[in-house]
Design a protein around this ligand. Structure first.
Ligand SMILES: Cc1cc2nc3c(=O)[nH]c(=O)nc-3n(C[C@H](O)[C@H](O)[C@H](O)COP(=O)(O)OP(=O)(O)OC[C@H]3O[C@@H](n4cnc5c(N)ncnc54)[C@H](O)[C@@H]3O)c2cc1C
Length: 371
């Protein structure tokens, strides 16, 4: 992360949040810095980075502008599906992403199956050159801004909602409508609007997985990158709130006592300590998860599921502590803490949601099937 990139993220974070605008300038500088291609294969011009480096970069972006970090995370997830695909256009698409010329995203969640993204209720139909898609996608990060949309739909002749296929829809393809502009409580720059896909005709080269193998790609390709990246976003937001809390409580003064908030009030020092320890625990769990991924340990999936749950809970706890430690100064928009507090809320309701993750982990521990 260059100083110039950090400066742009810092300059853009507040207007991005206040105006709810997609952070064009931040994405442009990510592209120029080579970060849009960070995880793409080196032989296609990408950075060839693995998940550990990706987590490190995503956390840093989130520390400065969480909306940009979430856009980046969805971009990397979409890019990974494209890179893993056998589409005849794969090499061209990967090169576009690696060179920073294309932004990708995921369009999985549907109005009908809500946060159960693995179960699209839409179903693809055959046409003479490929498929026709009709889907009601409920939230799509970078809606209308991304170049490549990795879209799930029930597979041709599929029998259940678990029989899905992933397709690529490019920006400006006929048959796409966007709902009203995104207006969320946090991550306000995300442009996570609904996407209405109607009579969208795609040829065979748009198919990114084998017919009926969308679920496998969601679990084996998307889930690890998403969970690790989402954990990094949550940790980055919490680090920002912690740093602001230390700075504020160490500088705001009770003049009548000649003390700072931190020096005067033991309860504030306790809050700082709790924030740090909670954050370090989430960071250690993520580090442990990455080590298991790198080693290919048998129980890796449990840790992949757990990492996002722990980091999302951490972001909620730490930003809540920060709001309380810094009082009215945090409640106003003088500090960035109230933005951190709002941005932190997204991870626990983004699928797989924290409640859903607890349910999956509980099922695994009880020896029950996950689906
Ligand atoms: C900022 C943002 C960006 C997003 N970007 C994208 C994107 O780019 N692409 C995309 O596909 N989607 C995206 N989403 C959608 C997201 O992943 C979820 O699908 C969506 O937030 C779910 O909202 P819902 O109202 O449909 O939840 P619901 O499914 O209605 O959930 C309501 C409640 O039920 C709980 N619940 C559901 N199932 C279970 C279970 N099995 N066990 C226990 N509790 C359960 C949930 O935890 C939640 O508390 C985005 C969402 C947000 C907020």
């Amino acid at each position: 992360m260059t100083d110039e990139l950090v400066a742009v993220l810092d300059q853009e974070a507040r207007p991005t949040d206040a105006e709810g605008k997609w952070p064009e300038r931040c994405i442009k500088i990510l592209a120029e810095s080579g970060l849009l291609g960070l995880t793409m294969p080196a032989d296609a011009g990408g950075g060839g980075a693995g998940m550990r480096k990706f987590a490190e970069v995503t956390e840093k972006i989130a520390e400065h502008c969480a909306s940009t970090a979430m856009i980046y995370l969805m971009h990397v997830c979409g890019a990974q599906v494209i890179a893993a695909s056998s589409s005849p256009r794969r090499n061209y698409l990967v090169k576009q992403i690696a060179s920073g010329k294309a932004v990708a995203t995921l369009a999985f969640s549907e109005k009908g199956s809500r946060s159960h993204f693995w179960a699209p209720v839409s179903r693809a139909l055959r046409n003479s050159r490929g498929v026709v898609l009709n889907c009601d996608k409920s939230f799509v990060t970078s809606a209308g801004h991304a170049d490549y949309y990795v879209v799930s739909s029930g597979s041709l002749d599929g029998k259940t909602v678990m029989d899905s296929t992933l397709y690529l829809i490019e920006k400006n393809t006929p048959g796409i409508e966007w709902s009203a502009a995104w207006d969320g409580v946090g991550l306000r720059g995300n442009a996570s609007s609904a996407m209405l896909i109607r009579k969208c005709h795609l040829d065979e080269s748009a198919r990114l997985t084998n017919e009926g193998e969308g679920f496998n790609s969601m679990m084996e390709v998307v889930l690890p990158w998403f969970q690790v990246g989402s954990s990094a976003v949550s940790i980055g937001i919490a680090e920002a709130a912690f740093a602001s809390s230390v700075a504020h409580t160490g500088s705001a003064r009770f003049e009548h006592l000649n003390e700072t908030l931190a020096s005067s009030i033991p309860g504030i020092r306790v809050r700082l300590a709790r924030m740090r320890l909670t954050l370090d625990s989430a960071r250690a769990y993520l580090d442990h998860t990455l080590t298991r991924i790198e080693k290919g340990s048998a129980d890796t999936m449990l840790f992949i599921l757990g990492s996002k749950a722990i980091a999302a809970e951490t972001a909620l706890t730490v930003t809540d502590e920060a709001m309380r430690a810094c009082g009215g100064a945090a409640f106003s928009r003088d500090l960035s803490i109230e933005r951190n507090f709002r941005d932190a809320r997204a991870a626990s309701i983004m699928a797989p949601t924290t409640d859903g993750l607890y349910d999956f982990i509980g099922k695994a521990l009880a020896g029950l099937p996950l689906f």
